[in-house]
Design a protein around this ligand. Structure first.
Ligand code: C5P
Length: 237
């Protein structure tokens, strides 16, 4: 196996947004020849707690635990402490400075990613929440704070990745959801609004992309994975 093989298998984090541990394991068994990084989010965690997280670890895979902790600082700190001995690679949080500080204090070996602005949000969603900043300004502001407060990286759309990479440098990990194949990026037809292709995200500076439905709802998940990986490899050049 070449270095490129190892790296490419970690670039796409497959979001296991399925309703049971059995379905998640089935998906992983199909994808694992091509992919070694998986995301456990709210749906699967509610169904199986740490079962799939531990199972993925036992199979040698990396895990992103995406529970987007948001609560008072002490509660977030205690929640992060519950996770930091589990062998998880990435965990997600969001919040203001005291919340982020509390999470950083408790993170142990795991890498903490701050959610900037959900990829399902557009400008109109910020206005509806009473916010006056543009999405790009808010993402940049939150990413800068997260980095200054000791987070390892951020979750951010591919549209803002180039700005973050140029303003905040190489140290910041950028993990990008809202990935769609080219045709979907053009017609924009689901709940994700700030979408790009896998190649565009990596070319723009993302370290990893998170992909759910385009893989997990495909009749041929491995083919979609490999097509996106080919785009990513082309983006390195
Ligand atoms: O199916 P799809 O590719 O849209 O899945 C994207 C995944 O990334 C979902 O699990 C979603 O919870 C997660 N996510 C996101 N936007 C963020 C953070 C996480 O879409 N800002």
């Amino acid at each position: 196996m070449t270095q490129t093989d190892i790296e490419i298998k970690d670039r796409i984090i497959v979001a296991l947004d399925v309703e049971s541990a059995a379905q998640a394991k089935e998906m992983v068994r199909r994808c694992e020849p091509a992919c070694t990084f998986y995301k456990v989010g709210l749906q699967l965690f509610m169904a199986s707690w740490f079962e799939v997280v531990d199972w993925l670890k036992d199979r040698g895979h990396k895990v992103m635990l995406d529970l987007k902790f948001f609560d008072i600082p002490e509660t977030v700190k205690l929640a992060v402490e519950q996770v930091n001995s589990r062998g998880v690679t990435f965990a997600t949080i969001h919040g203001n400075d005291p919340i982020i500080r509390a999470a950083v204090e408790a993170r142990g070996d795991l890498k903490l990613l701050a959610v900037t602005v959900l990829t399902s949000f557009g400008e109109e969603d910020l206005r509806a929440m009473g916010m006056t900043q543009s999405v790009a300004d808010l993402v940049a502001f939150r990413a800068r704070r997260a980095l200054e407060l000791g987070c390892d990286g951020v979750v951010s759309s591919g549209l803002e990745a180039p700005l973050l990479r140029s303003e905040l440098g190489k140290k910041l990990l950028i993990v990008t959801p809202g990935i769609r194949p080219g045709a979907n990026v053009r017609d924009g037809s689901d709940d994700q609004k700030r979408i790009v292709t896998a190649g565009m995200a990596i070319r723009g500076g993302a370290n990893h992309v998170v992909v759910g439905r385009p893989i997990t709802r495909s009749a041929d998940p491995v083919r979609v994975l490999e097509t996106m990986q080919a785009e990513i490899l082309a983006a390195y050049q």
